[in-house]
Design a protein. Structure first.
Length: 276
């Protein structure tokens, strides 16, 4: 009886070991890839001009990273992202721009497209800037990223904006996140206390008391709803992107009452809200 029991134990162990080996044999392992090599149509200094906005400014090409697994070359789609940043930031600048380019091994940018990228990078117009480009390759869910070499170029952008600036150069805040409620037009002290200061052709700022909760809208013409601005998806009360559109939901107010500084940057298409 003991002999039979021992045989049964050994048989069980062998079966378990065999099953484990079979399981390992079926696993697929990542074996690596080759960082893509990025090339550009030109690396000489470039001045962007509005008159040439439809012309091709730069073209990039890159090599396939050839992701490999134990089963061979990956059949998964490779996503490419061109990263653009100022020299010295090492692609950690919070304003760094990323352009998604699925599947292709090249991309071209017109003068206007490249200028828009630099505008969102928030560099000053009409002066040269040292700009860096690199390519990031990745598989599904941004996995196993591989980075290319860095291409440097001196580029002079022109003034452009991501969001149309207020036509008359004025901007007001109204809504139930402030004491005026959704008054439009704003009158009396509200017409002054909720009017933004124009810091430049594309930058506006307002320090205002907010009640906590609620929401608000930005109107560029006092008494008119049709040319207002509202938050884009993904934004929060403290910041995000916006666009010109006569639509809800506007902007969410901060959760607690207090004095807040609201900055609206039409060049980058971003707003920020900071409690003072």
């Amino acid at each position: 009886m003991k002999h039979i029991f021992k045989l049964a134990v050994v048989a069980t162990l062998v079966a378990s070991l065999f099953a484990s080996c079979k399981k390992d044999e079926n696993k697929i392992f990542y074996e690596g890839g080759t960082a893509p090599t990025l090339t550009a149509s030109s690396t000489t200094p470039l001045t962007l001009l509005p008159a040439n906005q439809n012309n091709v400014a730069m073209k990039f090409n890159w090599t396939n990273p050839d992701y490999k697994f134990t089963t061979g070359v990956s059949s998964q789609d490779v996503t490419y992202t061109l990263q653009v940043d100022t020299t010295g930031s090492n692609f950690t600048n919070p304003n760094k721009q990323e352009v998604s380019i699925p599947r292709n091994l090249s991309v071209s940018f017109t003068v206007k497209e490249l200028n828009t990228i630099l505008s969102k990078l928030d560099v000053a117009e009409n002066i040269p800037h040292n700009i860096e480009f690199r390519l990031k390759a990745s598989l599904v869910n941004n996995s196993v990223p591989l980075y290319s070499n860095v291409i440097k170029r001196v580029i002079t952008p022109y003034l452009d904006v991501a969001v149309p600036v207020p036509t008359a150069g004025t901007l007001w805040l109204t809504g139930d996140a402030v004491s005026s409620g959704y008054a439009n037009p704003l009158t009396g002290t509200y017409a002054t206390s909720q009017k933004f200061t124009k810091l430049s052709s594309s930058l506006y700022e307002l320090t205002v008391a907010m009640v906590g909760g609620g929401a608000y809208k930005l109107i560029q013409e006092n008494g008119v709803w049709g040319t207002q601005y509202h938050m884009l998806s993904g934004g929060t009360w403290s910041g995000g992107e916006f666009e010109m559109k006569d639509s809800d939901p506007g902007f969410p107010g901060p959760p607690t009452a207090g004095n807040y500084k609201i900055t609206v940057n039409f060049k980058t298409g971003k707003y920020t809200v900071v409690k003072l």
